[in-house]
Design a protein around this ligand. Structure first.
Ligand SMILES: CC(C)(COP(=O)(O)OP(=O)(O)OC[C@H]1O[C@@H](n2cnc3c(N)ncnc32)[C@H](O)[C@@H]1OP(=O)(O)O)[C@@H](O)C(=O)NCCC(=O)NCCS
Length: 182
């Protein structure tokens, strides 16, 4: 597969990012609340980071190392967040990651997008396992994982450091066999 698809849900269109999205990504991701519970988003958010991040997506997809999607609203095309899979082809497994712009929280958008990504991962990418981590102090993210049918596999105590503080990480996963049974 050499073209990343678009995925449509009831309220959302998930599509590849384009360079013109950089300003909106910058504006949403610079919010400290986004950096606070993610591992790879810095704060302050450097001016050129969004453009660099977007430019890395196409090679990642082409090389079979993942698929990152812009979450946009079908109603008006607004870019509201990001969701994606980083794949480990040897094991047919991928890590799910996401963030949603703060003005759009708690409207079910991440859950809706994640359901589509899970289906895409198992049915189109042929994955066997999709897993995700959340900071223990991030119940909203854990809730998304639960709502999309992932199962808890435990808590990794003080597994990472964020801003000088050791953080516990919850790990959730779903297998293709779980997905097929739904
Ligand atoms: C985590 C995040 C992506 C959730 O996005 P979202 O679009 O608001 O998620 P949804 O609306 O689909 O679901 C959120 C769920 O968490 C629940 N929730 C929100 N805050 C909560 C809290 N403090 N305690 C418990 N549950 C909470 C909501 O009620 C909702 O569950 P419900 O449908 O059962 O009521 C968003 O908060 C975010 O981007 N945070 C910063 C970045 C981040 O943490 N990314 C994930 C890294 S693992």
């Amino acid at each position: 597969m050499n073209q990343q698809p678009e995925l449509r849900t009831e309220r959302l269109l998930l599509r590849p990012f384009i360079p013109q999205d950089a300003a909106t990504v910058q504006q949403l991701a610079r919010d400290r609340a986004i950096a606070d519970t993610t591992l790879n988003i810095p704060h302050p958010y450097p001016d050129d980071l969004a453009a660099k991040w977007i430019s890395a997506h196409a090679p990642r997809f082409r090389d079979g190392r993942g698929a990152i999607f812009a979450i946009t609203l079908l109603a008006d095309g607004s870019l509201v967040g990001s969701i994606g899979l980083v794949t480990h082809p040897t094991h047919n497994r991928a890590e799910l990651g996401y963030w949603m712009g703060r003005p759009y929280w708690n409207q079910g958008y991440t859950t809706e997008a994640a359901r589509a990504i899970i289906r895409y991962g198992f049915e189109d990418l042929g994955l066997n396992r999709i897993f995700a981590y959340h900071f223990r102090r991030n119940p909203a993210s854990e809730r998304v994982m639960q709502k999309i049918g992932m199962q808890s596999e435990g808590m990794l105590r003080q597994h990472v450091q964020k801003w000088g503080v050791y953080e516990d990480l919850g790990i959730y996963a779903i297998l293709k066999s779980n997905h097929d049974a739904t």
